[in-house]
Design a protein around this ligand. Structure first.
Ligand SMILES: [Mn+2]
Length: 358
């Protein structure tokens, strides 16, 4: 297992690489060109600039999260081929520079969705919160809330220019049901797989968050059966998973340790986050400690450890602690993710020792 940390880039994150260097055990920085909208060309100089900076601080830059997939590809419009060509160009450029894993998602219109970005927890910290009943039929209301909460930082998938075209986007998804979305994902992957093989770049799809359909849009990576269907339909080792416990966790029927055990050889990137699911279906993001929520983080890590997992792993979101929400990106503060790293490394070290017979 290689511990990593998601960083949004210089001037685009409250946390610096020098901060991250002081967290024990972090080997790699998960990065992206966050100013790029889906379908935009990634220039070589822009890629080199970020990768050189990351490497100059002693980290690897092996994982990119994300290269966003254009909606025309998800909808299956004739223009998709043009955008797939651009995607292929990006894979080539990244592969040539040693990038090993590209995390992406295939969620229609929205990336992850929450109703409150700073909901207070009983201990006085706050975190991202999802109120089931607040997801009404008008996604514009939702978008407004998210944009307001994001403050000075852009939110991946919630860029103001996308949100401005929300009604239009929704119309273009009419007729795209679960089967159609699976079909469009297959088309996309089959076109890019030869380049991934040639460049030795693994594609790792991120599950949908939350793991159920919202606003009448299909969501296809949200359970064991959906994951199985996804892996079977393009049965190529270069197409695998970013297994996010925080995304799958709010559906308590998702047995995440068993999903890890079943699909570990196609998991290239592990996101670990704990969620506390309330009786009415609402959920809060909580500390990484297993006891604090409904994800048994120890059992998840043990499932990876038992299977000799050598892929990348990162703390997913964290709570905002000690007043840091005034400045940090929602869900991406320094303190709780750093505590999460230490908790996970503690579990991992102890599993290592036990395996060694100590
Ligand atoms: Mn995640």
């Amino acid at each position: 297992m290689q511990m990593t940390w998601r960083w949004y880039g210089e001037g685009n994150d409250s946390i610096t690489l020098d901060h991250i260097r002081q967290i024990p055990g972090v080997e790699g920085i998960v990065w992206s060109l966050h100013n790029k909208v889906a379908g935009e060309v990634w220039e070589e100089e822009e890629i080199d600039k970020v990768m050189d900076l990351i490497k100059s601080k002693g980290f690897n830059a092996d994982v990119v999260e994300s290269v966003n997939v254009h909606d025309d590809i998800k909808i299956g419009l004739p223009t998709r081929d043009k955008y797939i060509d651009i995607y292929i160009d990006t894979i080539r450029k990244l592969g040539a520079r040693g990038v090993k894993v590209i995390c992406y998602n295939f969620m229609p219109v929205f990336d992850w969705t929450r109703t409150d970005l700073y909901k207070e927890l009983p201990d006085g910290s706050n975190s991202l919160f999802y109120e089931k009943d607040a997801i009404v039929n008008d996604p514009n209301i939702m978008a407004e809330r998210i944009l307001k909460g994001a403050g000075k930082y852009t939110m991946p998938g919630w860029e103001p220019e996308r949100i401005a075209k929300l009604d239009e986007l929704f119309k273009s998804y009419a007729g795209v049901d679960e089967d159609k979305l699976f079909e469009n994902l297959k088309y996309f992957l089959e076109r890019i797989m030869p380049v991934c093989e040639e460049q030795d770049v693994k594609m790792a799809i991120h599950p949908d968050d939350p793991p159920w359909p919202i606003f009448g849009l299909p969501r296809i990576i949200r359970s064991r059966d959906h994951i199985k269907r996804f892996l079977d339909q393009v049965d190529n080792p270069y197409s695998g998973l970013t297994l996010c416990t925080g995304s799958l966790g709010p559906n308590l029927f998702n047995d995440i340790p068993s999903i890890v055990r079943e699909f570990h050889d196609r998991i290239y990137f592990a996101h670990i986050r704990n969620v506390k699911v309330y009786e009415n279906g609402d959920f809060s993001e909580v500390s990484h400690r297993g006891k604090d929520g409904n994800v048994d983080v120890y059992e998840v890590l043990k499932a990876y450890h038992d299977n000799g997992y050598t892929g990348y792993l990162r703390p997913d979101h964290g709570r905002h602690l000690w007043g840091e929400e005034k400045d940090c990106r929602p869900g991406y503060g320094l303190y709780d993710r750093a505590l999460g790293v230490m908790y996970m490394l503690g579990v991992w070290d102890s599993l290592d020792k036990r395996k060694g017979g100590h």
